[in-house]
Every structure is written in C-alpha cells, then in structure tokens.
Design a protein around this ligand. Sequence first.
Ligand code: FES
Length: 184
Amino acid sequence: MYKVILKPSNEVIKIDGNINLLEALREKGVYIKSSCGGVASCSDCIVKILSGEDHLEPPPFEEIKFLGNVFHITKERLACQLKINGDITIDIAHHDKDADQEKLRQKTSKNIKRRKKKDFEAKPLPEEKPQEEPGWVKHWEKDPTDKKMKRFGGGNKPHLFRTDHLEEEELKKEEKDFRKTRKK
Ligand code: FES
C-alpha cells in the first residue's frame, strides 16, 4: 500500500499499487472526472504529479498516444492509466464533483428546453407534389407534338397473334390422310 497526498485538500489516502489510480481513488470515495470509463480516450481524468515522479510506472502506449511524451514538461498523467510503486502527491483541484454536476444539469435542462421548443413549434404543412404525368404511353396513341412522352422500343404497332395459317395446315393434313386411306 502506498501513500497518496491529495492537493489542495491535503487528504492522505493509502492505495494498492496493483490497480490504476482512477480505480484506487474511486474506491476511497475520491471524485475524479471520467467520461470514457477509463479507456484513455477522454482525458478527463488527468492529474498533476507534484511529487514522487520516480514512483510512477511508465505510461502505457494508449496514454502516450493520447498525451504525447511530454510528462517532463506538463507533469500530467491519466489517472486511468497510472500505476504507482511508491508514495506520491497529486493535484486534483480541477476535479470538482459539484461543478461537474451543475454543468451537466445546465446542459441537460438546456437540451430539454430546446427540444420542447422544437416540438411545439408549428411545423409547416408539406408542400403538395404536382401530379406526375405518366411516363410511358402507347406510341400509336402518342401525340406527335408532345416531345416529353417516351416511346416503346421498335416504333411499330404490335401485330395480333395469327392462327388462321395453322388451321389451313391442319385441313391440308387431314385431306392428305383421307386420300391415303381411300387409295388403300
Ligand atoms: S478516464 Fe478517460 S482518459 Fe482516463
């Protein structure tokens, strides 16, 4: 167990070095803002290291990708990615639960107001669409002066289906058969 001094409250807590600082502080009831749930994608959980730099585990790839390799300048680490192996002092002054809750409340009430206003605003009636003219017509009924009308392919009036030639052939065949039987 390692000692963590929290500034500006000067509260001292003891935490387990096997879990990350965010989880450890939460277990002790210390508020640290987090929007991503500890997956290094929101940067809300940043804490400033005031002392004990040598007791920090090196930043994992996810943290470097997000914050860059500038700890020696900023002294900032993501609490959700930080593990410690000794005593440290951190500044968590900007993690203010009441202020964050108030911001959230304001944001939510603004959204509700905006939504209500939007819901009750008179919506204009949708414009009536002009009746569409039929695109396809029988080309033999086509008005030659109308250029918009589309034509079926071929350009000729379709012929009726003929069966009279079949009947003729049938008669001829029957006559032929009849003659054959008479010869016998
Ligand atoms: S909790 Fe989101 S980056 Fe740490």
